[in-house]
Design a protein around this ligand. Structure first.
Ligand SMILES: Cc1cc2nc3c(=O)[nH]c(=O)nc-3n(C[C@H](O)[C@H](O)[C@H](O)COP(=O)(O)OP(=O)(O)OC[C@H]3O[C@@H](n4cnc5c(N)ncnc54)[C@H](O)[C@@H]3O)c2cc1C
Ligand SMILES: *[C@@H]1O[C@H](CO)[C@@H](O)[C@H](O)[C@H]1NC(C)=O
Ligand SMILES: *[C@@H]1O[C@H](CO)[C@@H](O)[C@H](O)[C@H]1NC(C)=O
Ligand SMILES: *[C@@H]1O[C@H](CO)[C@@H](O)[C@H](O)[C@H]1NC(C)=O
Ligand SMILES: *[C@@H]1O[C@H](CO)[C@@H](O)[C@H](O)[C@H]1NC(C)=O
Ligand SMILES: *[C@@H]1O[C@H](CO)[C@@H](O)[C@H](O)[C@H]1NC(C)=O
Length: 579
């Protein structure tokens, strides 16, 4: 039995734990929580609202009168009187149409409501939440049996999101630390990591713990220092000032690590590669992502932030919190579900007598709405480009949107009667690489048992080539592939156990097409004017705005970015409309 890879073995000699060094430098880059301690008791959450029949159907929505009493609303009445187009005579213009009822769209609505600005949210799906979706795995109506099918984790630096959940009356919790529940004794339990030489124990969160020689450690630190220097030379607001910007954009992040930093000359390349990949976490293989995108994003994300390294989930689920918000919004505006926006055009009518600004006509497959302003909230690039704009979007914006890609991502959950892996001393965290594929992209699974601990859930996120591989398999073969990962990591489950499967491939979801916008190799430099406009100004024309996790330079790709960009757009709208 070779002790060579057991980093914390007392006889490991002059070895350093790579994980420790990197955790301090890259804490914010992980998406897997450190601790999972869940006890056996059930707690009902008192303040959860069941989905109510609160949404107006498009058919009767245009008859609803707007309750707004603001100055803005009086202007809208004026403009309605002066309106000439008979087509819209049955409806008054609304101040703001928000396209998309995900976190960004409803954050905009929330802020507008606080300023008495009228709005209408238009959502293509029959449900709220966009890339947020909760599932009640027990089907007995207990909110604490919820697991997350889409977005899930809030990091302790995600202050917009945490404040938002609290304002909605929803608690965030650290899994395993639930008050009143028995803590799961996880300090001594291990995650598992698949390496080219087999499965190994890892830290509770599944990070590999490698022993490195002094020389390897020196090399690794030198590389890490250089990468951080290159990040610091790629300022969030002016990344092209990096003198190597064209080179870094021409390299994928994978090539940047292997070739530019000569990682391939490392004695055991794999030991450090995965750790450095974590500096640029996307839902796509590093072979496709521009290295310049990674340096830019790291500069934007890490600036001035000290990550405490804690990860939270939302008790009752992040979609429940949005449903609660939607019920509160009813007094100021309406939310139309199952209405897809097809076109956004200038009308013949002016916003008001004193302005030349044209009202916008928002055409959906069910109805047409007049609005002063339109916010595109969270629509992935391909969905956004399907909308017909008259006049067209600025060229640099359409160019940017046509270049951006989304990661291929799936969340696959195995629901067992109990978290059997804990009894064997394992945390449930797995990190694996599919060595039959050329990509060394690490995939992650984790203990995703619900707050109530009524079931044991293991959830795997599969991305990039691994996910595309799983897409080609039958349902049965996919299940066998993922169960083989779990059994490889923790041993077989109890013999009689046939877990329930909850599987969602977001890349095959018509209104998402994946998650986490990234710049493919070679696209970042040439699309900077569009990036500046979309990610920083959030304004595409005098009355068309853009928000969303994928268009936020803070917490890019996360709920926190969706909320932050939505709030920023709403503030600008309040200023504009109250001016
Ligand atoms: C598997 C997975 C795991 C994730 N994990 C995390 C995590 O742990 N932590 C985290 O913070 N984030 C996570 N995310 C990301 C997070 O879910 C998203 O960033 C966030 O929910 C995006 O919100 P949004 O409002 O910007 O966009 P969306 O939620 O995508 O909202 C856009 C809305 O627009 C609608 N729409 C599209 N086209 C039209 C149209 N033509 N007309 C009308 N409506 C339209 C869509 O249906 C959708 O509801 C994850 C995502 C996935 C998929
Ligand atoms: C919004 O309207 C309510 C009720 O008319 C009023 O009390 C409140 O002050 C208004 N808020 C703002 C920000 O105008
Ligand atoms: C981002 O870039 C600015 C400007 O070069 C630099 O001062 C800052 O330290 C960088 N941030 C990080 C995290 O490197
Ligand atoms: C409008 O589009 C949505 C989303 O595609 C669809 O669910 C709905 O049935 C459509 N409605 C009509 C009237 O065509
Ligand atoms: C790995 O971790 C498990 C669970 O904590 C433990 O039982 C086992 O002995 C460990 N194996 C090694 C080789 O350390
Ligand atoms: C690994 O990739 C091979 C080849 O595409 C595929 O057959 C297998 O199911 C994959 N396994 C997992 C766990 O993704």
């Amino acid at each position: 039995m070779g002790p060579r890879l057991r980093g914390n073995h007392p006889s490991a000699g002059p070895a350093f734990l790579l994980e420790v060094a990197v955790a301090a430098l890259a804490a914010a880059a992980s998406d897997v929580p450190e601790k999972f301690n869940v006890g056996p008791e059930h707690f009902m959450q008192a303040n959860l609202h069941k989905e109510q029949a609160l949404f107006l159907k498009p058919a009767d929505a245009h008859e609803a009168t707007c309750q707004s009493r603001s100055f803005v609303q009086r202007r809208s009445e004026v403009s309605q009187v002066s309106a000439s187009g008979a087509d819209f005579s049955s409806q008054s213009a609304v101040d703001v149409v928000i396209v998309g009822a995900g976190y960004s769209g409803l954050s905009v609505a929330h802020k507008l409501r606080q300023s008495n600005i009228s709005f209408r949210v238009i959502e293509a799906r029959h449900r709220l939440g966009g890339r947020i979706l909760d599932e009640d795995i027990s089907k007995r109506g207990d909110a604490d049996d919820t697991i997350e099918i889409g977005g899930q984790w809030l990091h302790d630096t995600h202050s917009n999101a945490i404040a938002f959940m609290n304002a909605m009356g929803f608690d965030v919790y650290e899994p395993g630390q639930q008050e009143g529940l028995q803590k799961f004794p996880c300090s001594g339990c291990h995650g598992r990591v698949a390496t080219s030489s087999g499965w190994l124990n890892a830290s509770a969160s599944g990070k590999a713990t490698w022993p490195l020689s002094i020389e390897e450690m020196r090399l690794f630190h030198a590389t890490l220092d250089t990468i951080w220097k290159e990040i610091s030379e790629t300022p969030c607001k002016d990344p092209l000032s990096n003198p190597n910007a064209p080179i870094f954009d021409s390299l994928s992040y994978d090539a940047y690590l292997r070739q530019h930093h000569q990682l391939e000359s490392f004695p055991e390349f794999e030991r450090v590669y995965g750790t450095l990949l974590d500096l640029c976490l996307e839902a796509e293989g590093a072979e496709r992502v521009s290295a310049l995108h990674c340096l830019w994003k790291a500069n934007c994300t890490h600036s001035g932030q000290h990550a405490g390294g804690k990860f939270f989930r939302v008790r009752g689920g992040p979609q429940a919190s949005l449903k609660h918000l939607a019920s509160e919004l009813q007094s100021m505006g309406s939310i139309w579900l199952s209405s897809e926006v097809l076109a956004i055009k200038d009308s013949d009518e002016s916003d008001s007598e004193e302005s030349d600004e044209k009202l916008k006509v928002v055409v959906t497959n069910t109805t047409t709405v007049l609005a002063r302003h339109v916010v595109l909230a969270g629509l992935p690039p391909a969905q956004l480009l399907k909308i017909k704009f008259v006049p067209q979007l600025p060229e640099e914006v359409s160019k940017l949107l046509s270049l951006l890609s989304l990661g291929s991502v799936r969340k696959y959950s195995l629901v067992y009667k109990a978290p059997w892996w804990r009894a064997r001393g394992y945390s449930g965290s797995i990190r694996y690489v599919n060595y039959s594929l050329p990509s060394l992209d690490p995939q992650r699974c984790f203990d995703n048992s619900p707050y109530s601990a009524s079931r044991g859930v293991l959830t795997c996120m599969t991305t990039g080539d691994v996910n595309r591989g799983l897409q080609r398999l039958s349902e049965e073969a996919r299940r066998a592939a993922l169960q083989s990962v779990v059994h490889g990591a923790f041993g077989a489950a109890e013999a009689d156990e046939s877990p329930q499967v909850v599987d969602k491939d977001w890349s095959r979801d018509a209104y998402s097409g994946g998650a986490n916008v990234f710049y493919p190799t070679g696209t970042f430099s040439s699309s900077w004017p569009g990036t500046l406009q979309v990610f920083f100004h959030h304004q595409l024309s005098s009355s068309i705005w853009i928000a969303g996790a994928d268009y936020s330079h803070i917490s890019h790709g996360y709920m926190n970015g969706a909320i932050g960009s939505g709030q920023a757009v709403a503030e600008r709208l309040v200023q504009t409309l109250h001016a």
